[in-house]
Design a protein around this ligand. Sequence first.
Ligand SMILES: [Zn+2]
Length: 322
Amino acid sequence: MQTAQKISALLGRVSAAAGRVLRQKKLPDTAFPIMIPPGVAGCNVCGYIAKTGHPRLCPGCGRNQRQRTFKQLFLARLQPEVFGDGPLNDGLLLSPGEVERALLVPRLRRYIVSSLYQTYYGVGPFVRADVRDLAPFADESFDYVQACNVLDYVPEIEQALRAVHRVLRPGGVFVFLIPEGNLLPGAEPVSVSVHASVTGDYWPDPADVPLVRVGRQRLTRLLQESGFQAEQVQLVDTLCRAKCTWWLCRRGEYTNAAHRTPGTLLNAFGQFDRQAAAGFYGLAQQTIARRLFGAVCQRFLAVRNFIGTKIFDRFFQFRVTL
Ligand SMILES: [Zn+2]
């Protein structure tokens, strides 16, 4: 009897350990727990409930799992956390779907619809823009940017993240989705293959659409490096049971001077290259800082050394590095 109990306890521990390992592989550390709204089944847009099977496109309204999980995200997180105090001033909707537009437009005082190839006639004020630079938009001109199924077509994902960061105001929100198939589990770098796609509307050559894959951890790091606080919200669609990861990001303060593109410099030069502008600004900032404060700081350090590091540091707990 004792032996049987021991074996059963051992099996329990082994299965718990296996469960932990499998769960870790399934969900990275940064992922939020999967949210399945209690008592909800079927399409959350039109109410259709499938008698058999799990259709991806809703037979009732034609919406896909991304649009349906966006509604989940909106109700569970965006409505209370982002739009809780009323509408935001300015939104940029990159290639927005119908459900996104229906939910977001009433929460934005002004909004612009944008894409590179598709025109979105009749759905709102449209400005054609490349997400890699978002050149038509000035720095810090939006409180909210949305991009569902956009970044998975952009091999220069890093550039796009910097561009979104640039046009967002501090504290602004960036919400995006990359399909699960394009998200690898670890820190895999951005890789690109070309495939034929049904999304001919979005791409000029439907047989030559870039398929961008990236690891979740790598994407999290790219977001952090671009100045975002990012969170993965994994949702399960209630009709087809597919998982969708929505990335909920807030623009923090600048962490790197190179990201800072001063508005005055850009205004002065119009289409001045932003990378060059950022580099120039960083260099100018360093040069001015060195010239103006270098001498003072050297004196300061000399005095500190003279008095004695230990005593001085006790009263002045900071360092000067130039
Ligand atoms: Zn439906």
